[in-house]
Design a protein. Structure first.
Length: 155
């Protein structure tokens, strides 16, 4: 096995699971639980794999905006994202008889709230740069997923 090119590293995670309960993802000494691929049960006790994907898309933008604000010494008191995602045909993932579509992600909409005294165009520029630098966001975009972001800035 050849060493990684520093410009193109490989991330390795280990996923384990027993007979029951969620899977456990292990990355860099951290562990997090991942539930079923998809669940429609509000009382399901674990974040699903799909919810982790949507959370990761939102977290890329939230953390990206925060990091860029720090680097540019712009005031950003808080940032929050509300992420909504849709599948092409959720019933296809469940194997429902008659479901003929794909369980692929159809769309992701992010409503980003930023608390800042900076002008809205400055925060929007951070958001656009965060989107351009976000690996998952760019992958979803290349895959043809409909992506949209709404920005709300308030002091």
């Amino acid at each position: 096995m050849q060493p990684d090119d520093p410009r193109n590293p490989t991330w390795t995670l280990r996923i384990t699971a027993g007979a029951d309960g969620p899977a456990h993802a292990h990355a860099r000494g951290q562990r997090f639980d991942v539930g079923d691929p998809v669940s429609f049960d509000e009382a399901y006790p674990h974040a699903t794999a799909l919810e982790h994907v949507f959370a990761a898309a939102g977290a890329e933008l939230v953390n990206g905006v925060r990091a860029l604000a720090r680097a540019r010494r712009l005031e950003l008191d808080a940032v929050e994202a509300l992420v909504q995602g849709k599948l092409e045909d959720a019933l296809a993932q469940l194997g429902v008889v008659g479901a003929t579509g794909s369980p692929a992600i159809r769309s992701v909409h992010v409503r980003l709230y930023a608390s800042s005294t900076e002008p809205e165009p400055a925060v929007r520029e951070l958001l656009e740069l965060a989107q351009a630098r976000a690996p998952l966001w760019q992958t979803l975009q290349r895959a043809g997923v409909t992506l949209s972001v709404e920005l709300k800035v308030a002091p």
